[in-house]
Structures are given as structure tokens and as C-alpha cells.
Design a binder for this molecule. Structure first.
Ligand SMILES: Nc1ncnc2c1ncn2[C@@H]1O[C@H](COP(=O)(O)OP(=O)(O)O)[C@@H](O)[C@H]1O
Ligand SMILES: [Mg+2]
Length: 323
């Protein structure tokens, strides 16, 4: 059953150089108990999509132009800030990329975690310590009692990320977004955090949207994958189809750039994601695509269903299976 559904989401920003559309009509769906992996180069709109779901697009510069974010029968886009506050951190929560900057440096861990109770479980706010010790211990945080009395600077990066994860888990949300949760961490700590996310996935029935550029993490965690490019989803399929049968040339190039495919030579995708200020008529991957056909230069490919569980935005599949 789908826990969250994003339909035709468009988000734009006003900048000194003019208006840019960072998310250009994204459709996504996450089922409960499932991890949807989101991948794609930097700048493809992954974080903006998640911030829009959380209702955190700064209205001073950004605007959700259109679309629907359906959660528990409501369109979150229509909620006002007060209503959204009730949902955020309670029913849906987010683990950010930077644990260092997401925690308040001058407030103890206990007080920061207690804030969640103050907002969402006010009746428990004065005696939440035991519950917090239990939660932190469950999340493999050693000496949970001691950690609660510490300030963020006294903790390692990995421990701070565990605290961020604990904060996201306090109210047992039914939908969690993890935006590059391991990017700022060293490799050993990364695998500890991944194990922790796996544990959460197994123990809860939450739907998880996991954003990462690490295909290894995707392989370990996700059941389905959505590949984003230039503000749109360009392919969506099961994890097995992604690794064995990816159809979009961009997905294929991403897979080709995995370390085990280097064969001693570093292989990367040449070129860059187009600038959002550029006026692009055709497929945004056209310039970099090794499989482009003439049509791709001047018209945008629509999303095509290859089957019930596999969609791809590429003209090669217009007439069925054009590998
Ligand atoms: N606050 C902002 N102001 C202006 N442009 C923004 C802002 N946030 C994001 N963008 C634009 O949206 C694009 C996509 O950003 P983002 O979603 O953060 O990418 P990523 O896929 O790396 O997470 C960026 O390349 C940038 O051009
Ligand atoms: Mg990002």
C-alpha cells in the first residue's frame, strides 16, 4: 500500500539570474515497509523534492508551483504551516546529510531530543528520559544516558548522525526521508549507519525514501529505484531491473561508472547536467547520450511504461523494447 505519493511536483526558485525550475514534474510513490532509492547527479533535484515533501521550501525564494503530495488521504501542499508542523517530525521525518550543522551546538542532546516531545507528545515531555535512553540504546548508541548530557561537539560524526536518526524516529513516523545520510561520514561509520537504517527498515513498517549517489548502498537497501536527471525522474524500476536491465542511457552510464566496472581505467560520464538556466528543447541527456537518435535533440521524451513496474523516459522505447 502506498504511504506517500508525489504527483507532477514542480518547484522553482527566484534567483538573481532569474527564475529556475529545479523540479520539473516529478512523480514518485513509496509503499509502506519499502525503501525507494533515489539516485542522480548533484543538481538533479533530489533534495528539493524532499524539502518540498517536508514543506520546507523557503517561501522567500522558492515556490511549489504545482503538484500533489498525497499522504494519509491529504494533499500536504494544501496544509498551512501550523498543520504541516503537526505532520513533520511526527508522521513524516527527515534525516539530513549534515549531522554537524543540523544539531544546535549550544544545547545538550537531551534538550534537543526533548523538543520533539514538546511539539508532538507534550504529555510526555517531562519524563521522556527513560524512553530516550531506550531508543538510543536500541539504535546502538553506547552509554545512552551519558550521551544525552553531552553537547554535539563532544560526539563523533557517526554518533551525531545516530542522534539525528534517533530524532527522526522518536514519533515512529510512517514515512522517512534520508537525504545522503552517509555522505559526510567516513567509510566505517557509513556502514554502521547503513546497518542502522536496515534495522529500522526491518523493525518498522515505514516507507523510506533513501537518496544517495552510492549504488552499493542502493543495492543493499532499496527495493525500487528512481533515477533523477535535470529535475525529472528518467527511470523507475525494481532493484533487480535496475542492476540487470536498466534501460535509460543515463542509468546505464551510471552503472558503467561503478568502481567494479573500471577495468583499471577510471570511467566517468562525460559532460555535465545542463544548467537550469539553459533553454532545452530536447532530452536533457541528449548531449551526453551515447544512444541518442535525431528526435531526441528537439523534443522531450515522455515517461513510458515498459511494464507495470518499469518506466523510462527515453524515445528508444517508444515502439516497445528498443534496447
Ligand atoms: N535555495 C535555492 N535557490 C536557488 N536555486 C536552488 C536552491 N536550491 C536548489 N536550487 C537549484 O536546484 C537545483 C537542484 O538542487 P538539489 O535538489 O539540491 O540537487 P540534488 O539533486 O543535488 O539534491 C540546484 O542545482 C540549484 O540550481
Ligand atoms: Mg542533495
Amino acid at each position: 500500500m502506498s504511504v506517500l505519493e508525489v504527483k507532477n511536483l514542480k518547484v522553482s526558485f527566484h534567483t538573481v539570474m532569474g527564475k529556475v525550475e529545479a523540479v520539473k514534474g516529478v512523480n514518485l510513490q513509496v509503499n509502506s515497509g519499502e525503501v525507494l532509492g533515489i539516485i542522480g547527479e548533484s543538481g538533479s533535484g533530489k533534495s528539493v523534492t524532499s524539502l518540498a515533501i517536508m514543506g520546507l521550501i523557503n517561501s522567500a525564494t522558492g515556490l511549489v508551483e504545482s503538484g500533489e503530495i498525497l499522504f494519509e488521504g491529504r494533499n500536504l501542499i494544501n496544509l498551512n504551516e501550523k498543520e504541516m508542523c503537526k505532520v513533520r517530525g511526527d508522521k513524516i521525518s527527515m534525516i539530513f546529510q549534515e549531522p554537524m550543522t543540523s544539531l544546535n551546538p549550544v544545547v545538550t542532546i537531551y534538550k534537543q531530543l526533548r523538543e520533539v516531545y514538546k511539539i508532538h507528545r507534550p504529555n510526555k515531555k517531562n519524563n521522556c528520559k527513560d524512553e530516550l535512553v531506550e531508543l538510543l540504546t536500541k539504535l546502538n548508541i553506547p552509554d545512552a544516558k551519558g550521551v544525552l548530557n553531552k553537547y554535539p561537539f563532544e560526539l563523533s560524526g557517526g554518533l551525531k548522525q545516530r542522534i539525528m536518526i534517533a530524532m527522526a524516529m522518536i514519533c515512529k513516523p510512517s514515512f522517512i526521508i534520508a537525504d545522503e545520510p552517509t555522505t559526510a561520514l567516513d567509510v566505517t561509520t557509513q556502514s554502521e549507519i547503513i546497518n542502522l537504517l536496515k534495522q529500522i527498515k526491518e523493525e518498522s513498517n515505514s516507507g523510506i525514501m533513501l537518496i544517495t549517489h552510492d549504488l552499493g548502498i542502493i543495492a543493499e537497501m532499496a527495493q525500487r529505484v528512481a533515477v533523477m536527471y535535470y529535475g525529472k525522474v528518467v527511470e523507475e524500476c525494481s532493484i533487480n531491473d535496475f542492476f540487470d536491465n536498466a534501460r535509460h542511457p543515463y542509468s546505464q552510464d551510471l552503472l558503467g561508472a561503478m568502481p567494479e566496472n573500471f577495468n583499471g581505467r577510471f570511467k566517468s560520464i562525460e559532460g555535465n547536467v545542463p544548467n537550469l538556466y539553459e533553454d532545452i528543447k530536447g532530452c536533457p541527456y541528449y548531449k551526453r547520450c551515447k544512444k541518442r537518435i535525431q528526435k531526441c535533440e528537439n523534443s522531450q521524451p515522455p515517461m513510458m511504461d515498459l511494464n507495470d513496474n518499469h518506466r523510462v523516459r527515453c524515445f528508444r522505447y517508444e515502439k516497445g523494447d528498443g534496447k
